[in-house]
Design a protein around this ligand. Structure first.
Ligand SMILES: [Zn+2]
Length: 372
């Protein structure tokens, strides 16, 4: 699954390799793909309109805000400074990350705290030219600490209503907890139904297959909620299949392990099931050892609806554009891939068809207007 590093400015001597640069191009002359200077591609990645579909709002909590909220709420932290907290981010697998993630979330107590956290993320996302975000939140992380669900949802929702970008909420169930706990959380959320567009499934994947949550997802489907689930990150491709067949999800979060099952890849391509891939997260959590080994190019070459996202940006070393830059820096990806990723982010979004067409037109106008 590893790639040989090819610089963006390199013109491959082998015609077959040259084709890899251009296989998915729509209308641009092929030479641009190979001769465009790298700084220009960086600028395009930063400036192109895009959507973010895989962001856990609690994972956008920067150490500075954790300290500010701890002080405001009188919460004692196990770290005596912003620096020591940042240093503690040297986790090496999903579980050690989740341990510090939940510790960080402990400072969130009031509606205003959730508002402040979300407003900070939305401002930051706007700087990366994210036009639309579909934001995950973990209600059980907060209700288990006695925080009312209404404070969580109202705070996040109020910030989303105020902009500066379009945003909607996806409520995630923690898969290491029971399905009964998820069902109770859903019941709790019913009065807030209008503020939530969908539900997801996150937290420790291994040992907690999607089928564990079949009943609660069926109930959500009946309620008209959009459905997504994390699958095929640390768990096997079979989890992707059961998320599709037993939970009826419309998008797969991560899903990078799908390549281990060629029939599954064919199905994902045929049904155009989007994968919300998070490159920096994948490296930090050792799904891949290095970015050069990431399978983003294979996923794209397989015809999958791949999107790039930040997952937990405060913890994994970067927001949307940092993820794009890192993956384009390490892999032989070019202009056509950039446009495809920008388009995919809106194609896969839970937006009404007219709004979606508007964003796709913005992407195409942006790329058509480039002076290359
Ligand atoms: Zn995630």
């Amino acid at each position: 699954m590893s790639h040989k590093f090819l610089d963006e400015t390199t013109v491959p001597a082998n015609p077959a390799a040259a084709l890899r640069y251009t296989s998915s191009m729509s209308h641009r002359p092929t030479h641009l793909e190979n001769t465009m200077p790298h700084p220009q591609l960086q600028m395009i990645l930063q400036q192109m309109p895009k959507a973010e579909l895989h962001i856990h709002i609690e994972g956008s909590l920067e150490p500075e805000l954790i300290f500010e909220l701890a002080q405001r709420n009188g919460v004692a932290l196990a770290y005596d400074s912003v620096e020591t907290l940042r240093q503690a981010y040297a986790f090496d697998n999903l579980q050690s990350f989740l341990d510090i993630y939940y510790a960080g979330a402990s400072v969130l107590l009031h509606e205003q705290d959730f508002y402040d956290m979300t407003a900070a993320y939305l401002r930051r996302a706007a700087q990366d030219n994210v036009c639309h975000a579909e934001i995950f939140f973990d209600p059980q992380t907060h209700t288990a600490r006695g925080v009312p669900l209404r404070a969580v949802v109202d705070g996040i929702y109020r910030a989303c209503q105020e902009g500066p970008i379009s945003a909607s909420l996806i409520m995630c169930f923690l898969r290491h907890l029971s399905e009964d706990d998820a069902l109770a959380t859903l019941e709790d959320a019913l009065p807030l139904r209008d503020k939530i567009i969908g539900v997801g499934l996150d937290s420790s994947e291994l040992g907690h297959p999607p089928e564990k949550f079949a009943r609660v997802f069926e109930r959500c489907r009946q309620l008209g909620l959009r459905l997504v689930a994390h699958a095929g990150e640390e768990g096997p491709p079979a989890y992707i299949e059961s998320a599709l067949d037993l939970l009826n999800v419309e998008r797969i979060d991560h899903g990078v392990r799908c390549l281990e099952d060629p029939l599954l890849v064919q199905r994902l391509a045929r049904e155009q099931i989007a994968l919300t891939v998070c490159p920096l997260s994948n490296i930090k959590l050792r799904v891949f050892d290095t970015m050069a080994q990431h399978n983003m190019l294979e996923l794209l070459d397989a015809g999958l609806v791949v999107t790039v996202n930040s997952d937990d940006p405060a913890y994994f070393g970067g927001y949307m554009n940092a993820n794009l830059l890192a993956v384009f820096d390490a892999l032989p990806l070019g202009l056509s891939h950039a446009q495809r990723l920008a388009r995919n982010s809106f194609t896969a979004a839970f937006l009404d068809p007219e709004t979606k067409r508007g964003y796709l037109a913005q992407v195409d106008a942006y790329f058509a207007g480039l002076a290359l």
